[in-house]
Ligand binder design. Sequence first.
Ligand code: FAD
Length: 596
Amino acid sequence: MLVKTDESLLIAANCWLSKFERVLSSSECASITLLFNIDCHWRDLLAFTWQITTVSGIEKIQKALEIYSKTAKPSGFIVDVLRTPPRRVTRAGVEVIEAIFCFKTAFGPASGVLRLLSESADKDSPKAWTLATTLNEINGFEEPLGKKRPKGEAYSRDFCGPNWLDQRSSAIAYADREPAVIVVGGGQAGLSIAARLRQLSVDTLIVDREERVGDNWRNRYHRLTLHNQVHVNHLPYIPFPPNWPAYIPKDKIAGWFEAYVESMELNYWTNTEFLGGTYDEKNERWSVTLNQTNGLTREMHPRHVVMATGVSGIPNLPEIPGLENFGGKIIHSSEYQNGKDWKNSDVLIIGSGNSGHDIAQDLYSNNANVTLVQRSPTTIIEIEPSAQLPYALYDEGPTLDDCDLISVSTPFEMLKKSHQLITEQAKILDEKLLRELSHMGFKIDFGDEGTGWQFKYLQRGGGYYFNVGCSDLIVEGKVKLIQFSEIDGFFNEGANIKNGSILKSDLVVLATGFKGQEYLVRELFGHRIAKKVGPIWGFDDESQELRNMWVRTKQAGLWFIAGSFAQCRIFSKFLGLQIKACESGIIPLIPSNNFL
Ligand SMILES: Cc1cc2nc3c(=O)[nH]c(=O)nc-3n(C[C@H](O)[C@H](O)[C@H](O)COP(=O)(O)OP(=O)(O)OC[C@H]3O[C@@H](n4cnc5c(N)ncnc54)[C@H](O)[C@@H]3O)c2cc1C
């Protein structure tokens, strides 16, 4: 929440930064203890460590800074006058002075966010609660943007030579060359990283098994619109037009993806399934097999494979005792298309997350008789205003770039606290709905330690529903609800209920989520590589970051990108910089084992 801007805040922030720089450069990192609060966190995104990692506590921060300053050689710390000025804000319930600063390292220009505790005992020398440092660009590999844009002469001076279209067609064909990077999956994750890599002159090919760019959204259920608002969801480089609806419909997003591929000049092969690959350690290259629907199989040898396959890779199909006795149709939610096919039918939906609810609502609107089967307590949030609370920062006024920087400057502990507060706030806002749902027998929870839906998403990718109307249908009894524990088994025409009644059904939808990406890795690259890489997504205790996301993994040349539109926009930048740094020999393909 924006409170006020003040010249004194600029002085306080610059004063802290110059002391910090003095300490770093005088190899007296011990004095760092005077600059940080006892409870303190430093999140580094490549600037010092070439990793995405968070360090907590003065001693650990001191040790890490000592180690990494030697190679990063940071200097020139100063509040960035071209960005949002230092402000007094409340973050995770704490009043702070928040300042965006810039500095340089041996690798390139960098930015950061400093949060000083404005209520510290020593008001003249406030101490830091959080510090974030992020690498912006790599020296010598600056992006050709704005004034540095390409001149275009190459396409126009030589009237006989290939024009722009000829060059694009040849770039996409890969007839006589290999891409440096293959991105598997052309959803928002794939597009974001491919756009970043193109800007960094890293030859990149996206492959997607779907027929048309955007089909990952187009083929989802008929009534889908995005769940958070347009201004949070921009892709890198090209924001959505200002007249777009707050909640973008799926086909509009799909069309935008096609336009984006064209505008950003991305090399994208549709109808191409990535079947897997092996890694040649000696030559540091993959051999990967691509299967095209025209019957051709192609082997390629990229140096990097970026998995952008989303969480929807492998459906999770749990053992449901007795379901084999059911004679009707059984589908996973990923196979569900349209309620029109099930008009006036009886449908059981097993699973009460977003997919289960959305499918229930779609079927109800098509006059189906729907029963939602709840397997475990679910977090319910009204789409407005509650589900939008985590994005309040994006309404504070700073530019998108500043909001993204402030957003990544949030260390794990602060993020956790802030989601606990947001969850409490949402509980109050949604009190009536939650009470009425409980009254209907719906089991509600608020996530581990009350951290709500965002942490559920970050830890396990589901377990919550944004109410766009289905909860109201449950309250009104229009979509029926039973607990999974009430089911006694299945018979040819439906389910037996423990109270002796039966629930007839023509269709059972398993809205039971998806298996983690590690399953897909095992399928595509084999057990050895899957074991080496380990779990993907969910927080790592030591680094306090999502596991294997947007960073080098223990398998050389294998990378992962996933997440919301905002996460893809923000973290594709850091992933792109790391791949470029590997390509340029600045960093090795595998990070050293020990961070500290
Ligand atoms: C109803 C709903 C609303 C949502 N609202 C929002 C929102 O408002 N904001 C937000 O940020 N997110 C939202 N999401 C969530 C999230 O953004 C999406 O799930 C998103 O699709 C994830 O993007 P992705 O690029 O990681 O993966 P996906 O979109 O799943 O794309 C993966 C692609 O990989 C391809 N692929 C997979 N395996 C292979 C292979 N072996 N070979 C070739 N291609 C392959 C697939 O064909 C697919 O095109 C919403 C989701 C739903 C269902």
